[in-house]
Design a binder for this molecule. Structure first.
Ligand SMILES: O=P(O)(O)OC[C@H]1O[C@H](OP(=O)(O)OP(=O)(O)O)[C@H](O)[C@@H]1O
Length: 190
């Protein structure tokens, strides 16, 4: 595969999203209860072989720039994303472990919220497929901080620009996205 720069990777990711039907237009109600004229199914990208490769490699420079030592995110949108990032990081010779934040504690008397290796005291990145209200990202940020990590970067594949990324930045976190949406739902590379 030809090596692509960051802009080319985001452009190809958007092209692939269209090819895979990951962007659909219509009347949707998102999990936050918000109404939307479009839906972005990040799983159709992150579980696609080329999509996973692109996502992992597109995230690497952002993770490296933030100097984080692990990457995690809220299940289930982030599950294949953090796996792709971990694999890409290993292939590039700078391995970053991945972790997943559960929606709820495991139960049966176990309070564990995080699955996977989380180096205590580490600076980590938190990533998700989409950011709408930011609720899922805030949930994962909270779990990582509770586990003793500092959050050096928050990432999304797509920022829907509906308040979530602003709220995350207002709380003092660095936020980056690969794709960004206009008010009309038109998606473009960030
Ligand atoms: O910024 P927010 O308002 O939190 O919206 C974004 C979240 O919504 C979707 O997950 P969903 O809640 O549908 O759960 P799922 O990933 O388990 O399907 C998506 O995968 C993000 O995690």
């Amino acid at each position: 595969m030809v090596a692509l720069n960051s802009t080319e990777m985001a452009e190809r990711l958007l092209e692939l999203a269209v090819e895979r039907g990951a962007i659909r237009y219509g009347d949707f109600t998102l999990s936050s209860g918000k109404k939307s004229s479009y839906y972005f199914d990040g799983r159709l990208l992150s579980l696609d072989p080329e999509g996973a490769h692109l996502i992992g490699n597109a995230l690497l420079p952002l993770l490296a720039d933030a100097g984080v030592s692990a990457v995690g995110g809220p299940t289930l949108g982030a599950d294949p994303i953090v796996t792709a990032a971990a694999m890409a990081s290993w292939q590039q010779g700078a391995p970053l472990p991945a972790f997943i934040v559960r929606k709820e504690a495991k139960g049966h008397g176990m309070t564990q919220m995080i699955e996977g290796p989380v180096p205590e005291g580490a600076s980590v990145a938190i990533v998700d497929d989409t950011c709408t209200t930011g609720g899922s990202l805030f949930h994962a940020i909270g779990a990582a901080e509770e586990a003793g990590c500092t959050v050096g970067l928050v990432l999304a594949l797509l920022d829907r620009n509906e308040g979530g990324s602003d709220a995350i930045r207002e709380r003092g976190y660095r936020f980056e996205t690969l794709l960004t949406a206009g008010e009309d739902g038109r998606i473009r590379p960030a």
